[in-house]
Design a binder for this molecule. Structure first.
Ligand SMILES: Nc1ncnc2c1ncn2[C@@H]1O[C@H](COP(=O)(O)OP(=O)(O)OP(=O)(O)O)[C@@H](O)[C@H]1O
Length: 266
């Protein structure tokens, strides 16, 4: 699965919000890592540990105090390019319909109207929203809005998908369908995914590797390879190895949340 050179690598990332102010927050500490083409990486850690900060920094949305990020050896200076983000709060444009929201990035790429229409409808179907393309965000449920965000990111055909809890507002059945779809597209179109989730089960089921983070300031303390072949099915969940990975992550999180309690942070 891994290639010789990493698709993305990042070194020594430190992010401090409100630096020098009384409300300064050291959100991310010395984060380094390498991500290879075709990998599915999940980021797991206690609430508020800096997962979104790491993902947004990898996208170039947040400028770290120290450190750098490279995609294919080129330094990341901002969002876009080979990357697309699925935001936790959907970040849809309320004045645009579902179709227009999904089409937004494609219009920026200057494609023909027919190409845009085919592409947009393909991804609207993928997320199960056919028939809703003329609706506005306020006419949709939270889960539907989240699916529009997923379709919009896939439609621009990025090499790297950065997904911030992309299934959190989606009901259980749709979530399983979406998980399968994301894995299918990932293999068919050779995507690389970096994914935040609070679900240990989802992380183990989807990932080739998992970055485990500490409580704030968030550090990547473990880079856990999930050594279970794809395609993964319901039977995968019955493997002793699967249960062992889950237990290992659960114990890590329990230890971290206990530390948070002891520090009086929750
Ligand atoms: N713009 C900001 N200004 C100041 N502090 C911030 C800002 N964004 C995040 N933080 C703080 O930085 C820390 C890390 O936040 P972040 O959202 O990255 O954590 P997270 O692990 O993604 O959280 P969750 O699991 O709750 O989604 C938190 O203490 C948060 O309050």
């Amino acid at each position: 699965m891994t290639a010789a050179a990493p698709l993305m690598n990042f070194e020594n990332l430190n992010v401090i919000y409100n630096q020098g102010e009384p409300n300064q927050v050291h959100a991310l500490q010395d984060a380094s890592g390498e991500i290879y083409e075709g990998e599915f990486i999940s980021i797991i850690g206690p609430s508020g540990c800096g997962k979104s900060t790491l993902l947004h920094t990898l996208d170039g949305l947040i400028r770290p105090v120290t450190g750098s990020i490279y995609v294919n050896g080129h330094r990341v200076e901002g969002p876009g390019g080979e990357k697309a983000m699925v935001f936790q709060d959907f970040a849809l444009m309320p004045w645009h319909t579902v179709f227009q929201n999904v089409a937004f990035g494609l219009r920026l790429q200057g494609r023909s109207e027919k190409d845009i229409r085919d592409h947009v409808m393909h991804y609207i179907r993928m997320v199960g929203l056919e028939g809703f393309e003329g609706k506005y965000p306020h006419q949709l449920s939270g889960g539907m809005k989240q699916r529009v965000g997923i379709a919009r990111a896939f439609a621009v055909n990025p090499k790297i998908l950065l997904m911030d809890e992309p299934f959190s507002a989606i009901d259980e059945q749709t979530r399983e369908i979406m998980q399968e779809e994301v894995l299918k597209i990932m293999f068919k179109e050779k995507k690389t995914v970096v994914f935040i989730t609070h679900s240990i089960d989802e992380a183990v089921f989807l990932s080739s590797r998992i970055f485990l983070m500490t409580v704030r300031p968030g550090r990547i303390v473990e880079d856990l390879k999930i050594d279970i072949p794809y395609p993964r099915t319901l039977e995968t969940k019955l493997l002793p190895k699967y249960q062992e990975y889950k237990a290992l992550i659960w114990n890590h999180l329990k230890g971290e949340v206990t530390r948070q309690y002891q520090r009086g942070e929750v």
